[in-house]
Design a protein around this ligand. Structure first.
Ligand code: FES
Length: 310
């Protein structure tokens, strides 16, 4: 359904409108994104999984951003204390401020590397917003690193001002990071918005329509289920929609008892839904199966139903 232009304008957030009005962001993305993709792909599956947070079972970038945000907030408090307490506890408070700032800078570089990796799949408005988010973060990091250098050179007042400016940029950037998650659904588990499936076993396919080595997508009660027959003969069922960015797993590549998503190569166990290779970090929703009277039947998995939001 097409919305009138005025309505579309109202539906976009302020952040989206500002970012969309900035010239040049697409140009930057077109130059940088292929290089990022090449670098991450060049590192092979272990690097991809490390950066994507597959080993952690949760997206890595949001977890890492807590380091600079927390450390820099502590540095801001120590700088404030230093200013109001004068020379009384000066040295200890200054050391604490500098250490917090340095720890935040180290965490910021790590978070930036992982965030750049997350950005490699984006397109359109989310890619533009990712560029703006990255540029603001880079500015924050640059100013904070400059602040460290100024402090080391004995120019503490200049260091405090540089850091204050950097902290403000980091705040703006954090807002755009939130929009990427909440507005564009970046790194959100897409499976949780689907219906949990039938609450009792429901026939979906004739047993002989699923030969060994095959995968079939079936629709049941509004949810797409990927049926497969495992190498030991079991009939398995997981969500057919990839939880990373909704790729159609039935069009993916089967490797043993796993399936590789056709869009970005996440690999899942066909019988447990476990994510084996990223960029996905969450397991696929799982369904119970049984064979009765020559029919394959499926029903929701209890664990599944609990984590879904619908
Ligand atoms: S949609 Fe990205 S890996 Fe499946």
């Amino acid at each position: 359904m097409a919305f009138p232009k005025e309505r579309r304008r109202i539906m976009r957030t302020i952040g989206q409108r500002i970012v969309d009005a900035l010239p040049g962001l697409d140009g930057i993305a077109e130059k940088v994104q292929p290089k990022v993709q090449e670098a991450v792909q060049g590192g092979g599956t272990p690097l991809r999984n490390a950066l994507d947070g597959t080993w952690l079972g949760t997206p890595l970038h949001p977890a890492l951003t807590d380091v600079p945000i927390g450390s820099w907030t502590a540095a801001l408090v120590f700088d404030g204390l230093d200013l109001v307490s004068g020379s009384k506890r000066g040295k200890a408070v200054r050391n604490a401020a500098d250490a917090s700032l340095a720890f935040g800078v180290a965490g910021g570089f790590l978070a930036a590397a992982v965030g750049l990796s997350d950005w490699r799949y984006l397109s359109g408005g989310s890619r533009r917003m990712g560029v703006a988010h990255g540029l603001l973060n880079a500015t924050a990091l640059l100013l904070s690193t400059g602040s460290l250098a100024a402090r080391a050179a004995g120019r503490r007042s200049a260091g405090r001002l540089l850091f204050l400016a950097g902290y403000s940029f980091a705040g703006m950037s954090a807002h755009l990071g939130g929009e990427l998650s909440y507005g564009y659904g970046l790194r959100v588990n897409r499976n949780v918005f689907e219906k949990p499936g039938p609450d009792g076993f429901t026939p979906v396919l004739k047993e002989d329509e699923l030969p060994e080595g095959e995968m079939r997508r079936v629709e049941v009660e509004g949810v797409g289920v990927l049926l497969s027959r495992a190498s030991d003969g079991r009939v398995c069922a997981i969500a057919a929609t990839c939880n990373h960015f909704s790729g159609p797993l039935e069009e993916g590549r089967r490797e043993g008892d796993t399936v590789v998503c056709p869009w970005h190569d996440s690999r899942f166990s066909l019988c447990t839904g476990e994510v084996l290779d990223g960029p996905a970090v969450f397991p696929q929703s799982l369904y119970e199966t049984r064979v009765r009277d020559g029919n394959i039947e499926v029903m929701e998995h209890q664990e599944n139903a609990q984590k879904m939001v619908t």
